[in-house]
Design a protein around this ligand. Structure first.
Ligand code: GLN
Length: 559
């Protein structure tokens, strides 16, 4: 059977959760035994999001093949088993880059190169490429209907329906039905306008996913159906949920997957959602909680650390815990004249995590946070930049190299604990010069890492320029740091640990990209567990002290 396509567009406003909707439908179709793939088109001109600020664009998600992609691909991987690569995310910039290369090479044989058909053909070819060997390919079009930039993509999906017919293509439009407090009413007009906009470019949506904060009544659904030319049952309430992992279940209850199958004329078994239901039960009924502090630089915009946050949630749910996260701006932990005032900001955390980041800002604050965790035996997890800073902290405060640094933050430092191994290659451009994607890592037996993974060879994804400098290995290991993971040829250090500590682990890769709700990542799971145990010990100690004081009040007097 040739693949069938589900196209997901968005209307009215951005951030309605198109990516999550596509991922959840993918999840439901998989649960019915179908093979799916998902892809996203982003209408902006950047070739990829790799050089965009995390404040603007949120996290850059990295796939195994080293593509720097939109964060929606993270949702696709967390909700399905689709194998994603650079083929699954295209920007206008990359489509054009491709076309212009062909044009310069003379491939168009002197023809005028135009949006229709050349750009639209390129877009359609990209869809067909990832749709090979699957039953259903879900294609998300970024941006909002009505944007100038997204027109070529919408035109391409219109042509796909023309080419493949109704039974093989389906249009899902995600729209907003806002509650207007002053009127005490849900309003359908924005949805009507958005569908009109789609109709004007030749696309009649089949299913409307209406984002709303309350259930749509039967009457309201009929009204929307009437004005937008869809069946009553194709108007779906996509109500806000407390956990994103409930979306597939909510959609299933609304009959979205059954509708998709009916429209695409696919016969499939009933969905198997027991594991997702069990997950929701654990998410909504935690036995206790764990409090993690993330000391980072892009903390005011949570989307910058999207996968990280989700991976921590997975780690917490694995132990039936509710995750309490506090985002700490690293700059706020810098000490004035060597005082340790920052410690009060860190006292309440069961575990501390320093995530990835670029540039000098906030580094000194991170070093303080790490020092606090190391000295006070608070579980610490350093990811990428968080591993590099852990090495610098150790070199400075344990090995006495006061000026230890990364050449990223101080190119003139006499002790380049972290340096650009590929400085030797003389490449200095920003784009395309990182160690990216999946690398194999060998683990030392009897390490925290090997214990967590239950394996001695793993593969994890990278996105960084700087590396641990092995010239300092002897000094740092002499001081007690342990190198427990490296690439098989030994060139790159991948994991460092402190054995004399309840949990202190830094990794050069980004484990968060591979964590899924149903398959929590071992490092997140082990870090959360250690943090929880630390928190419980602290609480128990405090309780014992309270009880003792109560039983033997004379001790208070003596104090
Ligand atoms: N800035 C560091 C580097 O380029 C760390 C990158 C990261 O944390 N992703 O190596």
């Amino acid at each position: 059977m040739a693949a069938k396509y589900v196209f997901v567009t968005g209307g009215v406003v951005s951030s309605l959760g198109k990516g999550l909707a596509a991922a959840s439908i993918g999840c439901l179709l998989e649960s019915r035994g179908l093979k799916v793939n998902l892809m996203k088109f982003d209408p902006y001109l950047n070739v990829d999001p790799g050089t965009m600020s995390p404040f603007q664009h949120g996290e850059v998600f990295v796939t195994d093949d080293g593509a720097e992609t939109d964060l929606d691909l993270g949702h696709y991987e967390r909700f399905t088993h689709a194998k994603l690569s650079r083929d699954n995310n295209w920007t206008t910039g990359r489509i054009y880059e491709q076309i212009i290369t062909k044009e310069r090479r003379g491939d168009y044989l002197g023809k005028t190169v135009q949006v229709i058909p050349h750009v639209t053909n390129e877009i359609k070819a990209a869809m067909k490429k990832v749709a090979q060997d699957v039953d259903v390919c879900l294609v998300e079009i970024g941006g909002t209907v009505g944007d100038i930039e997204s027109l070529p993509f919408l035109e391409a999906i219109r042509q796909m329906r023309q080419e493949l017919g109704r039974d093989n293509t389906l249009f899902i439009h995600v729209t907003l039905v806002p509650w207007i407090g002053a009127a005490g009413e849900l309003k359908t007009k924005p949805t009507q306008h958005s569908v009109k906009e789609l109709l004007s470019i030749g696309i009649q949506p089949d299913i409307l996913l209406c984002r709303t904060d309350r259930f749509l009544s039967k009457e309201l659904k009929s009204k929307i159906a009437l004005f937008c030319n869809v069946e009553d049952e194709a108007v779906i309430t996509a109500k806000d949920v407390a956990s994103i992992y409930e979306v597939p279940l909510v959609f299933a209850r609304e009959g979205v997957d059954a509708l998709v199958l009916r429209y695409l004329r696919i016969d499939a078994k009933q969905p198997e959602l027991a594991r997702w239901e069990e997950l929701m039960h654990r998410i909504y009924n935690p036995k206790d909680e764990v409090h993690i502090g993330i000391v980072g630089k892009y903390v005011e915009y949570e989307d910058s650390y999207k996968s990280l946050k989700e991976a921590l949630v997975h780690g917490a749910v694995a132990h039936n815990l509710k995750l309490n996260l506090t985002w700490v701006e690293a700059e706020g932990l810098e000490s004035k004249n060597g005082n340790r005032d920052y410690e009060t900001q860190l006292e309440g955390f069961d575990g501390i995590l320093v995530p990835g980041g670029f540039g000098k800002r906030g580094i000194e604050g991170m070093l303080n946070g790490i020092r606090y965790a190391r000295e006070n035996k608070v579980p610490y997890f350093g990811i990428c930049l968080g591993m590099q800073t852990a090495c610098i902290e150790f070199a400075r405060n344990v090995c006495g190299l006061d000026e230890a640094n990364s050449s990223e933050f101080d190119p003139a430092t006499p002790h380049r604990i972290i340096y650009k191994l590929r400085e030797l290659t003389g490449i200095d451009e920003l784009g395309g010069t990182m160690r990216l994607g999946a690398w194999t890592c060998k683990l030392e037996p009897n390490s925290q890492a090997a214990k967590a993974y239950g394996a001695t060879e793993i593969s994890e994804r990278h996105r960084h320029r700087y590396e641990f400098n092995r010239e300092y290995e002897a000094l740092l290991t002499g001081g007690g740091l342990r190198i427990t993971g490296a690439t098989p040829d030994g060139t790159y250090v991948e994991i460092v640990e402190l054995p004399d500590h309840p949990y202190f682990l830094g990794c050069q890769f980004h484990p968060e990209f591979k964590s899924k709700p149903l398959e929590p990542h071992p490092l997140f799971s082990s870090f959360v567990k250690a943090s929880y145990e630390n928190g419980r010990k602290k609480r128990d100690a405090k309780n014992t002290e309270d009880v003792e004081m109560f039983l033997r009040p004379e001790r208070i007097v003596r104090r």
